[in-house]
Design a protein around this ligand. Structure first.
Ligand code: ADP
Ligand code: MG
Length: 687
């Protein structure tokens, strides 16, 4: 199929250009067509003005002119800038280029015809053009015949003209043969353009109205295919297996509840009631337990695990990191072990002999509850009668991993997904489909609110001075960085760099350690246990400590380059402190002092509500950036925006559901799906 051929099969694309395309994740001709232009940047060349016709009210306008002169200048304050003067029929315009934009000026030679978009104001001798976007006009094309042109995201030496030429060639192939990806009935019903027409108009719109139609189709298509994939997954799990009906809470559950060193909070009681009722139903439970950091989800999961064991089954709980697995193992052993349950821990660092023993006993049904990491989904892990699957910090697992674990049950097991990263309703709907939700707002009593402070880099020394004082007062601290190592082109302080620097300065006589995801598990665990024991005072780290770590003596968290993190993510990080009786602090440091950045950080400073912060993140950064659907094992969306297109998402869900109930439509979709040339969706459909 032409769409699976490499981009080098197109004229004018050699190895060098192909490598540039690869950086944009474009490898095949199909990829090229699937990468839409920037939606906000189409250039309307159907309305090109002459310089004499430009209005000078600072409006963005498009015009053409010939290069007359290019001159480098100095401003009064010693800043360099470049002025390109263009002329057309005796009218002149000065285009001002500053900073990095200046370097492109070299390309423009006197006599060249340029197409310019920019804000135009009145000048003394010529019109004054700022915020310009400049292109060299193609001699062979009449400018007014260009119509509406796309603007693509570029990298390296790729130019707009090169990408456009390539896309045009690909479109010519598509015109010959392009399978449809939506069922015919849906296309008709929703009055959507066919796939080729839509592709053509998304790249080279015949008009803005056609562009809007094309966009509408692709938004729908993306969300529809996504939902189909999710339903397909769900269907496979549900169909064959029987659900399990647990009995009402009996002796064991009551004993576990009574042995807790505290009373359940109201929120915990309510969540437990919902879970308990779900488990007593024939229908398998699919419940999302959302609770802010420290709200006490683990206790609730312990009750659910006790309930399944009480009914003669096994339960398991999967978590994303070894540190967390170890911690849950200890907690659950404490809650459940006392009542005679056998709890075991399985991770990739469990020794061979022990692992064999665990696997044997698991298959014999001797083990009641298995706690572990991804190690749980390996093929040789076999349960005797698994009925409850709990996953914690779920957002780190993919759809496929979740499915693998629940497929280890001969029943359709009850599924409890726990997350401390608040997932807004809109996103939950996409990631989990029809999951029921239990919310646990608030925290167990007796916690002091964490004081959050926000500073720019000038205060860095004072902040690290504060770090030393916390340690001298007997406390511990975290310093979190966005990167492990320095990275070219990224202006952020790396953990390695900060660690080296602090060791030589503020932390000269203070035991500290560097902890990040690339260390071996054993090293990580050693560091964590030394930190927990209070022997290491300061951890310089990355987001590896985002989930679950519990060291009550840690009272200070410094987040370097805070502008690089999401609000919800920083809220998670912040939850690592404030776990003991002492006042805790979270300091957000940023070298970026623009107003928007500071305002965003202040939202975090002023709110301790994870759900609110997650919604805010969605608003400010868009869904794509926030979690990255890929983290959930789902394809990234190119054009749909889960937040903005929520109505379409809901409709797409309904139609996908309908399609799955209708054999005729299902057949159509199967065709559509198998001819879908977009690799993004492969993983959810065919894994
Ligand atoms: P989460 O998993 O939601 O982050 P945990 O289950 O780890 O929270 O609980 C956080 C801490 O709060 C634990 O130390 C736990 O013992 C304690 N805790 C949980 N529930 C209660 C409660 N009802 N009252 C007092 N402390 C509680
Ligand atoms: Mg937890």
């Amino acid at each position: 199929m032409w769409w699976r051929e490499p981009v080098t099969s197109l004229k004018g694309i050699g190895i060098k250009k192909a490598l540039e395309f690869q950086k944009l994740n474009i490898e095949t001709v199909g990829d090229l067509l699937n990468r839409f232009p920037r939606m906000d940047s189409y250039l309307d060349y159907s309305k090109v003005k002459r310089i004499g016709e430009l209005t000078t009210d600072n409006e963005k306008q498009l015009f053409t002119g010939e290069v007359f002169r290019v001159a480098d200048k100095y401003s009064g304050r010693g800043k360099r800038y470049t002025v390109i003067t263009v002329q057309d029929d005796g009218s002149y315009a000065d285009i001002f280029l500053f900073a990095a934009q200046r370097y492109q000026a070299r390309k423009y030679k006197s006599g060249m015809r340029l197409i310019v978009i920019g804000k135009v104001r009145r000048g003394t001798t010529a019109k004054f053009v700022s915020e310009a976007f400049i292109q060299i006009a193609d001699r062979n094309e009449s400018i007014n015949a260009l119509g509406i042109l796309p603007v693509y995201s570029l990298t390296g030496s790729l130019t707009q003209v090169a990408v456009r030429t390539a896309v045009k060639q690909a479109l010519a192939k598509a015109e010959q043969y392009l399978p449809e990806t939506l069922p015919a009935s849906i296309i008709t019903e929703r009055q959507l353009p066919d796939r080729y027409t839509a592709l053509k108009n998304i790249h080279f719109p015949g008009s803005f109205a056609k562009l809007a139609e094309a966009k509408k189709r692709f938004i729908f298509e993306e969300l529809f295919l996504l939902q189909c994939g999710l339903l397909y997954y769900r269907d496979r799990i549900k169909e064959v297996r029987q659900g399990i009906k647990h009995g009402v809470d009996g002796k064991l559950v009551t004993a576990v509840k009574n042995s807790l060193p505290f009373e359940l909070t109201e929120a915990q009681q309510k969540a437990w009631q919902e879970i308990s009722l779900d488990m007593q139903d024939n229908k398998p439970m699919h419940r999302l337990l959302q609770g802010d950091v420290g709200s006490g989800k683990t206790v609730v999961s312990a009750l659910a695990l006790a309930k399944t064991v009480e009914n003669g089954y096994q339960g398991c709980i999967m978590v994303p990191t070894e540190i967390l697995a170890q911690q849950h193992f200890e907690t659950l052993t404490e809650y459940l072990g006392k009542q005679g349950l056998r709890v075991e821990l399985l991770t990739s660092s469990v020794k061979k002999a022990k692992r064999r023993e665990i696997l044997e006993n698991l298959e014999l049904g001797e083990i009641d509850v298995l706690v572990g990491t991804h190690a749980l989904i390996q093929d040789d892990v076999v349960f005797a009668r698994l009925a409850l699957v709990v996953t914690d910090e779920q957002h780190r697992f993919g759809v496929d991993q979740r499915a693998k674990l629940s497929n280890k049950s001969q029943f359709a097991p009850d599924i409890l997904v726990m997350t401390a990263t608040p997932i807004p309703r809109t996103l939950a709907l996409t990631i989990y489909g029809d999951l029921d939700t239990s919310m646990m707002q608030g925290k167990p009593v007796g916690r002091k609110p964490i004081e959050t402070l926000c500073y720019t880099g000038e205060k860095r020394n004072a902040v690290y001075g504060g770090l030393v004082r916390q340690v001298q007062a007997g406390h511990q601290a975290y310093v979190v960085c966005a990167l492990i190592d320095e990275s070219e082109g990224v202006e952020a302080r790396s953990a390695t760099e900060v660690y080296t620097e602090l060791q030589a300065t503020y932390l000269k006589n203070i035991p500290c350690a560097l902890l990040h995801g690339r260390l071996k598990n054993q090293e990580k665990e050693e560091i964590m246990s030394l930190f927990a024991a209070g022997e290491i005072k300061v951890l310089i780290t990355t987001t590896v400590i985002e989930v679950g770590v519990n060291v009550p003596n840690a009272t200070l968290m410094i987040i370097e380059n805070a502008d690089r993190f999401g609000l919800a993510q920083m809220h998670q990080l912040r939850g690592r402190v404030g776990r003991g009786k002492d006042q805790s602090y979270c300091v957000l440091l940023t070298d970026n002092d623009n107003k928007e950045t500071l305002e965003r950080l202040q939202v975090l400073r002023d709110s301790d509500n994870g759900f609110f912060l997650a919604e805010k993140d969605l608003e400010l950064r868009g869904a794509g950036q926030l979690f990255g659907l890929r983290q959930h094992g789902l394809p990234d969306l190119y054009i749909a925006d889960i937040l903005q297109d929520i109505d379409v998402l809901i409709e797409a869900r309904e139609l996908a559901k309908k399609a799955f109930k209708n054999p005729q439509m299902l057949r159509e979709i199967e065709d559509a799906l198998s001819s879908q040339f977009d690799e993004r969706f492969q993983r959810i459909f065919y894994s």
